[in-house]
Design a protein around this ligand. Structure first.
Ligand code: PLP
Length: 359
C-alpha cells in the first residue's frame, strides 16, 4: 500500500505533477529543451527576484551545497550551524579539502545576525554558509537581519540554503544580496527528488572564475556557459524539469502572496493542534518554520508506535531527526498541502494517540 507522505521531504507529490513528468522525452540539445529551460529559469528568476541566472542541477541539494563551497571558498569558510543540515555543510566543506569553521547555535535555536557579525568581524573568512530553514529542527533563522549584517562584508560570499523555504516564504535574492541561493525541489516545491535550482550573483560568478579545483559537475562557470544557450553542462533530469514548469505555473496561478499566506495559515493550525494534544513546541514562535513544525514529546507518548500505526493506516509520519528522534516529531506543511490535508492527518492521529500513551 502506498502511503501519503507527512514527512518533511520528499513531500507528497500531487497527481498532476506526476502526470506532467510523463510528457514525451526530448533531447537536451534539441530546441524543445532550450525552450523549456528558458521558460523555467525565467519563472524561477521572477519567483525569487534573482539578479543573475538561475541554474538547474541534476542532483539533490547537497550537490549544489558542495559545489557552492568548491566554487567560492578561496580562503576560509564560516559555516553557521543550528541543526543536522547546517552542521553537515561544515563537514562537507572540510571534506572538499577547504578550510572551514563551524559556529553553532543550539538545536531549536536560530542562527542570529549577532553571531554572524561576530564571526565575520574576525576577518578570517571569504565565504559563509547559512541554512535558512533547518528542516531537522523546524527553525527558521532571521534571513533579513542576517542579510543586513552581510552588507558590512561585501567581500564575503553569502551562500544560503533555502531548500525547505523557497516558494513558501518570500525570498528576494536581489534585496537580500545573496550570492548563492539554492533549493532542492523535493521540499517546498512539491516535486519528486533529483533536481536542485540555484541563483548565483555576478559577483560570485566572477569570483568562481578565479577559484582553482572547482571540479566539473558543479562548476558554476560550466553552468553559466551552458545557461547562455538555455542548456545544462550534462544531461539534465528532463522529466523533472517538465514537472517544475508545471509547478511554477501553478504557483503563479495561485498567486505568490496567497501561497505564502497558505503556508502561514498551515503553520498556525499545526502549532495550535500540537498544543491542543498536550505536546510542546520545539521552536519558539519567533523562529518557527513556516514549512514544518516540530513538536516535543510529552514523555508519555510512544512516537515509534504512533508512526507504525499511522503507517498501517497509510500515513507516513516522522518521529524526529537524528539526535532528537522520538523526543520530537515533525509535521510538514508545505508545497501543495492545504489545511484540509493537515486535518486529515490530525483526525487519524487523534484516534491513535490514546492507544500509544501511558498515563
Ligand atoms: C533536505 C535538505 C537538505 C538536503 O537535501 P538533499 O536534497 O537530500 O541533498 C539540505 N538542506 C535542507 C535545509 C534540507 O531540508
Amino acid at each position: 500500500m502506498s502511503k501519503k507522505l507527512y514527512i518533511p521531504g520528499p513531500v507528497q507529490v500531487s497527481h498532476d505533477v506526476m502526470e506532467a513528468m510523463c510528457a514525451p522525452m526530448i533531447g537536451h540539445r534539441m530546441k524543445e529543451y532550450a525552450e523549456l529551460h528558458a521558460e523555467v529559469t525565467a519563472d524561477l528568476k521572477q519567483l525569487i527576484n534573482a539578479p543573475g541566472p538561475v541554474f538547474l542541477s541534476t542532483s539533490s541539494a547537497f550537490g549544489v551545497m558542495e559545489g557552492a563551497v568548491r566554487n567560492l571558498v578561496q580562503k576560509r569558510c564560516a559555516c553557521f550551524g543550528n541543526g543536522a543540515f547546517s552542521n553537515k555543510w561544515h563537514d562537507v566543506t572540510e571534506r572538499c579539502g577547504l578550510r572551514a569553521d563551524l559556529f553553532k547555535a543550539e538545536w531549536g535555536q536560530p542562527v542570529t545576525a549577532a553571531m554572524v557579525d561576530e564571526a565575520l568581524a574576525t576577518g578570517l573568512y571569504d565565504a559563509m554558509t547559512l541554512v535558512h530553514n533547518e528542516t531537522s529542527t523546524g527553525v527558521m533563522s532571521p534571513l533579513e537581519e542576517i542579510a543586513e549584517v552581510m552588507r558590512k562584508y561585501p567581500g564575503i560570499s553569502f551562500i544560503v540554503d533555502t531548500v525547505s523555504s523557497m516558494t513558501a516564504v518570500p525570498i528576494d535574492v536581489t534585496a537580500l544580496g545573496i550570492d548563492v541561493c539554492l533549493a532542492g525541489v523535493q521540499k517546498a516545491f512539491g516535486l519528486p527528488p533529483g533536481l536542485a535550482v540555484f541563483a548565483v550573483s555576478q559577483k560570485a560568478l566572477d569570483k568562481a572564475r578565479t577559484t582553482p579545483n572547482r571540479g566539473y559537475y558543479f562548476d558554476f562557470i560550466e553552468f553559466e556557459k551552458n545557461d547562455e544557450k538555455h542548456n545544462t553542462p550534462s544531461t539534465p533530469c528532463i522529466s523533472l524539469i517538465f514537472a517544475l514548469r508545471h509547478q511554477l505555473k501553478k504557483m503563479f496561478a495561485e498567486g505568490l502572496e496567497n501561497r505564502y499566506a497558505r503556508h502561514r495559515r498551515m503553520a498556525r493550525v499545526t502549532r495550535d493542534w500540537i498544543i491542543a494534544q498536550g505536546f510542546g513546541l520545539y521552536a519558539s514562535d519567533s523562529c518557527a518554520s513556516m514549512t514544518l513544525t516540530t513538536g516535543t514529546n510529552d514523555g508519555r507518548t510512544d512516537l515509534e508506535k504512533l508512526k507504525k500505526m499511522a503507517g498501517e493506516r497509510g500515513y507516513a509520519m516522522d518521529n524526529g531527526y537524528g539526535k532528537i528522534k522520538n523526543q520530537t516529531f515533525r509535521i510538514p506543511h508545505m508545497a501543495d498541502f492545504t489545511v484540509a490535508d493537515l486535518e486529515e492527518l490530525f483526525t487519524v492521529l487523534e484516534e491513535l494517540l490514546p492507544q500509544v500513551r501511558t498515563d
